[in-house]
Design a binder for this molecule. Sequence first.
Ligand SMILES: Cc1ncc(COP(=O)(O)O)c(C=O)c1O
Length: 459
Amino acid sequence: MPNTSLVDLDRQFLIHPVSNFRQHEQRGAAVLAAAHGVYLRDDAGRELLDAFSGLWCVNTGYGHESIVQAANEQMRRLPYATGYFGYSSEPAIRLAARLVELAPASLRHVYFTLGGSDAVDSALRYISYYYNALGQERRTQFISLQRGYHGSSSVGAGLTALPVFHRHFNLPQANQHYLPSPYAYRSPLGDDPQALIAASVAALRAKVAELGAERVAAFFCEPIQGSGGVIVPPRGWLKAMADTCRELGILFVVDEVITGFGRTGPLFACEAEGVQPDMMTLAKGLTAGYAPMGALMMSDRIYQAIADGAGPELAVGHGQTYSGHPVSAAIGLEVLRLYHEGGLLANGVARAPQFEQGLRDLLAHPLVGDARSRGLLGALELVADKHSKRQFAAELKLHERVARAAYDQQLVFRAFGDNILGFAPALCYTADEFTLLFARLRATLDQVLAQPEVRQALS
Ligand SMILES: Cc1ncc(COP(=O)(O)O)c(C=O)c1O
């Protein structure tokens, strides 16, 4: 039985992110009460296997005593320290230095935020400052990818190319432009990796030419598009886009909010292709969700131009009360230690083939049209007709049926509106936990398939 009083209070007072308010009022929330390892427990005592790391963030799994300890100690010693007017704190300083040590060599400076959206927003503001400081005021145009997600700040949500983030929000802005995403499963180019890469490079060149190279500020992308449906581009795609940006003289900004911190194997997805971005946005796995924190990393060239642009006296007017929060930073330092010395990155890499195989095995299921993954980031795409890749009719609300069945089977993952199922298991998953994940996932799909309306919709 749900805890009705909490559910009622939630209905009345709590606005949920990216939700339909009316549907939420009607259905109410499933209230989570506790978690340990890779399991969540709701307030009715039901245990759920988390195959989504919360919201692609709890990469370490839940209940790490050493993280709790680090937070506890920092809270006792110094729960808050401003970074304004010349102050700083040891955890923020050490975390910035450690990130510079671990990130691609091009990134030399760190600005801390509270999450990913404000990391993207900070990138946009600093980029404007940078070009104005250089006297290139005409560089105001931004390019990102269709199906891209870059958070929901008032400008960043326009780089996001998902319709619900635009509708009634007066977005995108006139200076925000999109390229087709490298979506192998639905591209007319099929899954020829070189053709997909060449098409993206050509689209970038064409867009820059159309806008005028001297007007374009930057290209933003995720190494693997997460919220847009886990679109996994071919290996080499990221490097080709970065090289093209360099050649065209525009900034290359990589949004590693999901892909960072071991999600795709290496600490950062950029590493796998030797990409040296001008800027990188981070969040989620930085603190593994134990406390809010994001980061914007930038090259020395950008930093120096901004510093010179301000001159000897003026402040660069960008800041937040909680930038470099010492408790979040202390957590971040311990989480980074766990990725390396705690063996989490190595375990994620070791378990990735089992994850990939488990998804691939489900291609034989009548509902599954595509399976894709890199590292421990993956998706299944459900289709009504495997041959034509026809999607299910929206009226069937298949994703809601899947989400309900998953809850019945005690499994948590993300069922997107276009019937793409997203998975991001924690890097601490064991082989047995993966076996359980796939048993529950298969049972979920079977439960949905057993529904007569779903069977009828299949061709
Ligand atoms: C690639 C990417 N960028 C930015 C964000 C926004 O981060 P946040 O939700 O922490 O504001 C997200 C969140 O999912 C993301 O996936």
